[in-house]
Design a protein around this ligand. Structure first.
Ligand SMILES: [Mn+2]
Length: 324
């Protein structure tokens, strides 16, 4: 275990950059690669505090994650206990996951919205999904200045831009113009403003009032509740993996399909494996890839098909269920 786990910079004047990830044991290996890539691309003059929110990580996973800490990056863990709010969200997820495959099956997706409440000491923080790899300094995302009315910084969802079924779904069923719809897998969150506007209670109120069927139960609410309160960041902060990745890309997001730990020969796989190699999970990840046989691939394709079909079905109703 690293000795650098105090969570405090050696120089007390160094500004701390808090970065949150939310995981369960299954996501731990991907999160390790993400965290390692963050450290590899960090600015050595800055100090990063990576805070892992989880639902009960095993001791071996915690040890392997914590060993990634360095003298300018601490790793901390916070177990989320399932309170009343979470129970509402879990019940909702379970009810509404039908047809969304396993893509949005877990309460872990909602943990990011507990950050403002659980960490009152922070005014703002970065959140990243565990299926991301950094290529630039995450501190630059933290430094982005939000306008007075802006609550988060995020990027337009490239999957929504690219896939017609998702586009129609967003326009018709979520009721947010698709060119305004963001991906919530990479965010700068102004926690102070989220506390002030009571983001979490608002989301839970809407869920209880409408019990609406949605594709992405967490992300759709971000877009509804924070409509016109979003600072749009460039593609370099939430890039789709692709062969001709622009040089200025700072973060690659292996969102939804074609995970490099499942498939061989997917775009940007080297970025992922280079980061994974520096973690204690490398062997596990290679075995996971080996075990992803044709049967599992077939099941995954069916899941994607079901997700798209659900998007089409919900888009056809042409009646956004939530009118704010
Ligand atoms: Mn993701």
């Amino acid at each position: 275990m690293s000795i650098f786990a105090t969570g405090k910079p050696l120089n007390p004047l160094t500004k701390v950059v808090p970065v949150f990830l939310t995981i369960n044991n299954g996501y731990a290996p991907y999160a390790a690669a993400a965290i390692h890539s963050l450290e590899q691309n960090s600015n050595k003059k800055r100090y990063y505090r990576v805070i892992v929110l989880h639902d009960g990580l095993s001791l071996p996973n915690r040890v392997r994650l914590r060993s990634l800490a360095t003298k300018n990056m601490a790793i901390q863990f916070k177990k989320i206990t399932h309170n009343l709010h979470l129970r509402v969200l879990v019940a909702y997820c379970t009810r509404r996951r039908k047809g969304s495959g396993d893509f949005f099956s877990s309460a872990v997706y909602y943990y990011r919205f507990f950050i403002p409440r659980l960490f009152p000491m922070y005014e703002k923080a970065v959140y990243i999904d565990s299926d991301t790899i950094l290529r630039g300094d995450v501190g630059e995302l933290f430094d982005i200045k939000l306008g007075e009315d802006e609550v988060i910084a995020a990027m337009r969802d490239p999957k929504v831009t690219a896939i017609k079924e998702f586009r129609d779904y967003v326009d018709n069923a979520v009721g947010v113009p698709h060119d305004k719809y963001v991906n919530d897998g990479v965010m700068l969150m102004n926690l102070k403003k989220m506390r002030k506007m009571k983001y979490l209670s608002t989301m839970i109120d809407l869920i209880q009032r409408y019990d609406a069927d949605f594709l992405a139960p967490d992300q759709d609410y971000v877009n509804i509740i924070l409509q016109n309160k979003i600072h749009y960041i460039g593609e370099e902060w939430n890039a789709e993996p692709r062969a001709d990745l622009p040089d200025d890309t700072k973060l690659v997001h292996f969102n939804l399909f074609n995970k490099p730990w499942h498939y061989k020969d997917v775009p940007c796989e080297n970025l992922f494996w280079d980061a994974a190699r520096g973690t204690g999970f490398y062997g596990d990840l290679r075995r996971q890839q080996e075990a992803f046989d044709t049967e599992k691939q077939k099941a995954e394709h069916e899941k994607i098909g079901a997700l798209l079909a659900k998007a089409v079905r919900l888009a056809r109703t042409k009646k956004p269920l939530i009118k704010l």
